[in-house]
Design a binder for this molecule. Sequence first.
Ligand code: NAP
Length: 248
Amino acid sequence: MDLRGKSAIVTGGGQGIGAAIAKKLGSLGANVAIIDYDRDTEAKALVADLVTMGVQGLAIKADVSSFADAQAAILTVLQTFGDLHILVCNAGINRDGVIWKMTEDQWDKVIDVNLKGCFNYARAAAPVFRKQAYGKIINITSINGLRGRFGQSNYTASKGGIIAFTKTLARELGNKNINVNAVAPGLIETHMVAQMPEAARQTSLREIVMGRLGQPEDIANAVAFFASDLSRHITGQVLNVDGGQLIA
Ligand code: NAP
């Protein structure tokens, strides 16, 4: 896979899966802009890593739930790199709770970051991609957006929404040579999973037929495939990267 001459945005790139994606795209030759809200130190270290790889890196502090921030971030990337080809919408949060206890704030926050965050960046990037008749949009969903999960109505609704959103964008943008796909991680060893109650973690671990947690690099490899032209005839698809956690 070769991404030399390409420019990418990775939202939530300061840590975890997003950081692994940023490094993978950089290692394949892409310039990478990392959008993050509260990870200045990590984002700056990652930019230094990217420069060591011989590509450009850029750290932008922005809240993905703000459309104004998204527009400003895309403009900054275009001014810095000169172009944009790849958009990875990865930033995500969870605020779990059963439906009879979930607060309006828990619901709104998760939908705003996870689902509206994908809208904000796709909406801001689509005119750029359409004009140049080239673009790759990769949305990070979850296997729980396909099957639901106890205590996660807000999170699973946001991730299920991302899947439908991905399929619609694929239909709307395909005739301009823009591929839109989603990657659905299973349980991946990151900060998000470290916060899970141990019992829930063990239950999920027992589901994984490969018998181990996934690593952020496993997701980054799938994203790199969708970011490259090896996948040029694939659009509107969801690829589960879950060690067989969900075989439907
Ligand atoms: P993580 O370690 O918690 O990282 C999430 C990143 O998103 C952080 O860098 C965070 O930065 C950023 N972020 C959160 N809210 C933001 C906002 N409003 N604006 C900008 N950036 C924001 O999570 P992860 O495990 O790497 O997850 C990455 C993606 O994979 C998420 O979409 C998640 O739902 C999905 N996923 C993960 C798993 C898993 O097992 N880990 C499974 C399925 C799906 P700040 O801390 O600065 O806010």
